[in-house]
Design a protein. Structure first.
Length: 485
């Protein structure tokens, strides 16, 4: 890993160099060795780098420059909504009244923070059309699981213990069947039709007395709107099942339609996607859950409520599925989402949907000239291309993704959803300019030309990154996380 241009902190080390200076000791030195059993005492000093403050600064700044984020360039990672995270969110999150409070404080002393959470719940109810919202879950997947546990509790409260199955479309996000399994259900697949939408005949076939719920995202992971959603809701409800909406990506519909109006009984949102919480690298996130009136008694507790002009944590909720996260959710991410919603306003959020959909369609129509577009109808916030034409010439979608790194782009999501061969799932988001979109389109078309004329350059990419193509399986299975001199 040693690198002339970027020596790691261990290579910068010089014996005796420090990044601090302390005044001379004017009390008696504490004799740790005398206090501890011999077995706990180190025989050799830890091998830590000895560096100046400036060296530390350069080390970490250097590392951060090697990272790639939305603030450094275009990041069209489909289904992840890598949009710009407005910096006003950070200003608000750092206000002392928010950042210096403690979760064990008496609610009476933090009414402003409670009001913020309450108002955020109210906004999310309005945006989703649901009866009540809980801000507790810390990720989309946890939101899915929370809602499924509530649906299970609802069926059981009705004496209905036979509903063991959750129906999931074949295009679903991988978390959907996983959450169903973790919540103790069996995940059953419903097929997509040739338009990439849920096949209603297949839905009728799999739905039955054992159906606990149908999990759906609309628009689906192909970026296509499920037009027959009301009919689907009818099929599932008539069989006694519930409808669950995976609202991780609300970017296409905000201000235009709402899961509540489509007949859904429960929904989760990813505040770290649509509502500009910074994300990547595993967190922190926030995955609030919205539910219908029927499911409301089962919400995780405590619930933040308003009683006689005071904001309180309601804990007396006998049907609650219980607490699903310590404290009251990821407060900082909820606060950023609240700031975003207040900054944008209702009209602003509607514009987000318009631009997100416009940008995706613009890009899709430009790219379909060179890349296979398996589902050619207009898309919503994202679209999925297939690298099947390029594959015939010996270049895989993985190669194309790696080649994009040479042009300093983060690649799209690849090989997902699973029902598209060599899939490239592209989500430009609303925050990118036309120039940025055009730049990416041009690069993609250039790579398509390379595939025809000079495939090796794509097959062997990346050429200009710090590390070349990695053995991803070994990197995942046997990661080397320690520095060895
Ligand atoms: C991102 C995403 C999820 C999972 O959200 P996490 O916060 O990563 O757990 C679920 N469904 C869809 C459609 C997503 O895009």
């Amino acid at each position: 890993m040693a690198n002339q241009d970027f020596p790691l902190i261990f290579e910068r080390s010089k014996e005796g160099r420090t990044s601090y200076s302390l005044p001379d000791l004017d009390v008696e030195e504490f004799d740790l060795d005398a206090e501890l059993d011999d077995e706990y005492i180190r025989k050799t000093a830890p091998d830590l780098p000895e560096v100046s403050e400036l060296d530390i600064m350069r080390h970490y700044t250097g590392l951060s420059n090697r990272n790639y984020g939305v603030d450094s360039g275009f990041y069209p990672l489909g289904s992840c909504t890598m949009k710009y995270n407005p910096k006003i969110n950070e200003d608000v999150a750092r206000l002392e009244g928010f950042s210096h409070i403690h979760p064990y404080q008496d609610p009476k002393t933090v009414q402003g923070a409670m009001e913020m959470l309450y108002d955020l719940q109210t906004s999310l109810k309005e945006i989703t059309g649901m009866y009540e919202v809980s801000l507790q879950s810390a990720a989309g997947a946890q939101g899915e699981w929370t809602a499924l546990m509530m649906i299970r509790a609802y069926h059981e409260a009705n004496g209905d213990f036979e509903r063991t199955k959750v129906i999931v479309p074949d295009s679903a996000h991988g978390t959907n069947p996983a959450s169903a399994a973790v919540a103790g259900f069996e995940a059953v697949t419903v097929k997509s039709n040739e338009q990439g939408l849920v096949d209603l005949d297949d839905l009728k076939r799999v739905v039955g007395k054992d159906t606990a719920a149908l999990m759906l995202t609309n628009p689906n992971t192909l970026g296509l709107f499920e037009r027959e959603i009301l009919e689907m809701a009818d099929i599932v409800h008539s069989a006694g099942g519930k409808l669950y909406y995976d609202g991780a990506n609300l970017n296409a519909i905000m201000g235009y339609t709402r899961p509540g109006d489509m007949g859904f009984d429960a929904v989760h949102l990813n505040l770290h996607k649509t509502f500009t919480g910074p994300h990547g690298g595993g967190g922190p996130g926030s995955g609030p859950v919205g539910v219908s009136k029927e499911l409301e008694p089962f919400l995780p507790k405590p619930v933040i409520a308003k009683k006689d002009n005071e904001f309180v944590f309601e804990t007396d909720r006998p049907h609650s599925i219980g607490r699903i996260k310590p404290y009251y959710g990821n407060f900082g991410i909820n606060l950023r989402a609240y700031t975003y919603i207040r900054t944008m306003g209702a009209e602003g959020l509607k514009k987000v949907s318009e631009y997100a959909v416009l940008n995706a369609n613009y890009m899709m129509r430009k790219l379909e000239k060179e890349f296979e577009l398996p589902y050619p109808q207009h898309c919503k916030h994202e679209f999925v291309l297939s690298g099947s034409r390029q594959k015939k010439l010996g270049v895989r979608t993985l190669d194309i993704a790696k080649r994009l790194l040479d042009f300093n782009y983060h690649p799209p999501t690849i090989y997902f959803p699973l029902n598209v061969e060599e899939g490239l799932m592209i989500e430009p988001t609303e925050t990118e300019s036309k120039e940025t979109l055009d730049g990416f389109i041009e690069t993609m078309l250039e790579i398509a030309e390379e595939v025809k004329n000079n495939p090796e350059i794509v097959q062997e990419a990346p050429h200009h990154t710090i590390v070349k193509r990695m053995d991803e399986t070994t990197a995942a299975r046997k990661p080397v996380l320690r520095y060895y001199k």
